[in-house]
Design a protein around this ligand. Structure first.
Ligand code: ZN
Ligand code: ZN
Length: 53
Protein backbone atom coordinates (compact mmCIF):
# COMPACT_ATOMS: atom_id res chain seq x y z
CA UNK A 1 0.00 0.00 0.00
CA UNK A 2 1.14 3.52 -0.77
CA UNK A 3 0.13 7.01 0.12
CA UNK A 4 0.32 9.65 -2.55
CA UNK A 5 1.79 12.89 -1.28
CA UNK A 6 -0.74 15.70 -1.70
CA UNK A 7 2.04 18.19 -2.24
CA UNK A 8 4.44 16.54 -4.69
CA UNK A 9 2.45 13.45 -5.84
CA UNK A 10 5.28 11.05 -4.99
CA UNK A 11 4.32 7.56 -3.85
CA UNK A 12 5.25 7.10 -0.23
CA UNK A 13 5.27 3.90 1.79
CA UNK A 14 2.13 3.48 3.84
CA UNK A 15 4.03 3.32 7.11
CA UNK A 16 5.59 6.75 6.67
CA UNK A 17 4.06 9.78 8.29
CA UNK A 18 5.93 12.37 6.27
CA UNK A 19 6.76 12.58 2.59
CA UNK A 20 10.40 11.68 2.05
CA UNK A 21 10.61 14.09 -0.88
CA UNK A 22 9.08 17.27 0.51
CA UNK A 23 8.35 16.65 4.19
CA UNK A 24 4.58 17.07 3.92
CA UNK A 25 2.56 15.27 6.59
CA UNK A 26 1.01 12.20 4.95
CA UNK A 27 -1.23 11.13 7.79
CA UNK A 28 -1.79 11.87 11.41
CA UNK A 29 -2.55 9.92 14.55
CA UNK A 30 -4.98 10.66 17.34
CA UNK A 31 -3.16 12.35 20.24
CA UNK A 32 -5.50 10.56 22.61
CA UNK A 33 -5.34 6.92 21.52
CA UNK A 34 -2.80 6.86 18.66
CA UNK A 35 -5.34 5.61 16.15
CA UNK A 36 -4.52 6.48 12.56
CA UNK A 37 -6.70 9.33 11.34
CA UNK A 38 -8.03 10.23 7.95
CA UNK A 39 -7.61 13.86 6.95
CA UNK A 40 -11.33 14.48 6.63
CA UNK A 41 -12.13 13.17 10.10
CA UNK A 42 -13.14 15.76 12.65
CA UNK A 43 -13.39 13.17 15.40
CA UNK A 44 -11.29 10.10 16.05
CA UNK A 45 -13.11 6.99 14.87
CA UNK A 46 -11.66 5.00 17.73
CA UNK A 47 -12.08 7.13 20.85
CA UNK A 48 -14.15 10.12 19.69
CA UNK A 49 -11.48 12.67 20.47
CA UNK A 50 -12.22 15.94 18.65
CA UNK A 51 -9.41 17.05 16.38
CA UNK A 52 -8.05 20.54 16.72
CA UNK A 53 -8.40 22.87 13.78
ZN1 ZN B 1 5.81 15.17 -1.06
ZN1 ZN C 1 -8.49 8.50 19.34
Amino acid sequence: MFNICANCSQEQSNDLKFCTSCGTLLKSCCPECGNELKEEWEYCGSCGHKMGS
